[in-house]
Design a protein around this ligand. Structure first.
Ligand SMILES: *Cc1c(COP(=O)(O)O)cnc(C)c1O
Ligand SMILES: [Zn+2]
Length: 391
């Protein structure tokens, strides 16, 4: 019982039929997004009905694409804590600061959300072999869900990806190929082989369902704030599925009558070592040029080119948002600071949000009374090779 009506291209709006495997738009090669019969869903489903549901992202079943429950591949992903950060907030000068702590997800990062839905759909559509290029956490998440679904997983990673990601993906039974370079180089190697091997490509936004998993962060924020969205969301951006997904969730909720037209200002955070979206935002571009020599300890942000760049840039501007690049040295310091202040050992990507929030508060862009949510997208325990002190 899915409520999907069709898939729609984010660029040219061409309609694609649901219920069959799709990659990019057949017309223009851009990402496809899932569309639902939201009028009908809004008439029969309300927030009150969520109370009795299980504490994972499948509580939003009506706006997820799987047709039959038996195809759902769940490891308990989603419904992560939204933690009020009083001590950090006081230090930064923000009285309503929250951390959405995604490190609670299976495999220790929010990549689990996207992979739960994408692998469920792969299973439903009868696919047997799935492949993905990954800068880090997508590898572990994809391998775990593929294992649970009984699918064969093929993963292409930079040879200097975090050790934890290599180990976990191997343990989950995926076949790993290490590639010299960054995620876009890994993607090129994978692309050369995928057709001959019969692999279905699960790259970020190159299939329509990972973003459906990640959009549930938007539903959760609304639910956890009693259906009133925060003023600002600070989000560490790589491929951009989370940013795009949450924005989609807000539109869906408004169409179902769950929330009003108010939207948070969306802030994209990247590392100074790889900041294509930040650069494009400030130079007024519609697309982001590839970043050369991408280097950052925040593996999830080491994405020199994102196919969804134009969607992200549109969202940042539409929301009166911002884009900030921070140096690795500072984001690592802020991992330590966050651990000290709040007892949260964040991924470097999460640390980057703290650095960005401090900067935006100093500049007066964030106001002291505003309700601000920082995303910690993964666990610091997956980055033990980042050089944190042991004693
Ligand atoms: C992948 C990843 C990101 C970037 O996520 P997108 O939604 O693809 O932009 C941020 N943080 C961590 C820990 C990641 O693994
Ligand atoms: Zn198109």
């Amino acid at each position: 019982m899915s409520n999907v009506t069709h898939l729609e291209c984010a660029k040219c709006q061409k309609i694609h039929t649901a219920g069959e495997p799709h990659g990019l738009c057949m017309n223009c090669g851009m990402p496809l997004l899932v569309r639902y019969d939201l009028g009908r869903i809004g008439g029969m489903w309300s927030p009150q009905q969520l109370q009795s549901r299980s504490a994972n992202l499948w509580r939003y079943r009506e706006v997820l694409p799987v047709e039959h429950d038996r195809h759902i591949v769940c490891l308990g992903e989603g419904f992560t804590p939204l933690l009020k950060a009083n001590r950090l907030g006081q230090a930064l000068g923000l009285s309503e600061l929250y951390i959405k702590d995604e490190s609670f997800n299976p495999t220790g990062s929010f990549k689990a959300r996207g992979m739960s839905v994408a692998i469920s759909m792969a299973k439903e559509l009868g696919l047997r072999k799935v492949a993905v290029p990954s800068a880090g956490n997508a590898a572990g998440a994809m391998a775990a869900y593929a294992a649970r679904a009984g699918l064969q997983a093929y993963i292409f990673m930079p040879d200097d990806a975090p050790l934890a990601n290599k180990i976990e993906a191997t343990l989950y039974g995926a076949q790993i190929t290490l590639v010299k370079g960054v995620i876009t180089d890994a993607a090129r190697v994978m692309a050369q082989r995928k057709e001959a091997e019969g692999w279905f490509d699960l790259s970020t936004l190159k299939e329509p369902y990972r973003v459906e998993g990640k959009k549930t962060m938007g539903y959760e924020l609304a639910e956890q704030f009693q259906w009133e969205l925060p003023d600002v969301i600070v989000y560490p951006t790589g491929g951009g599925t989370g940013l795009i997904g949450m924005w989609k969730a807000f539109a869906e909720m408004e169409q179902m009558g769950w929330i009003g037209p108010h939207r948070p200002r969306m802030v994209c955070v990247q590392s100074e070592g790889c900041a294509p979206i930040v650069r494009a935002f400030h130079s007024g571009e519609e697309h982001a040029a590839e970043w050369s020599g991408a280097a950052t300890v925040a593996a999830g942000l080491r994405v020199p080119r994102a196919i969804g760049d134009f969607i992200m840039l549109r969202i940042l501007r539409e929301s009166s948002g911002h884009a900030v690049a921070v140096p690795d040295k500072e984001l690592l310091e802020d991992v330590k600071w966050l651990a000290h202040q709040e007892g949260i050992f964040a991924a470097p990507e999460g640390g980057a949000c703290v650095t960005a929030a401090r900067r935006l508060t100093r500049e007066g862009w964030l106001k002291s009374h505003e309700r601000v949510v920082l995303f910690n997208t993964g666990s610091g325990l997956k980055y033990l090779d980042a050089g944190f002190p042991a004693v």
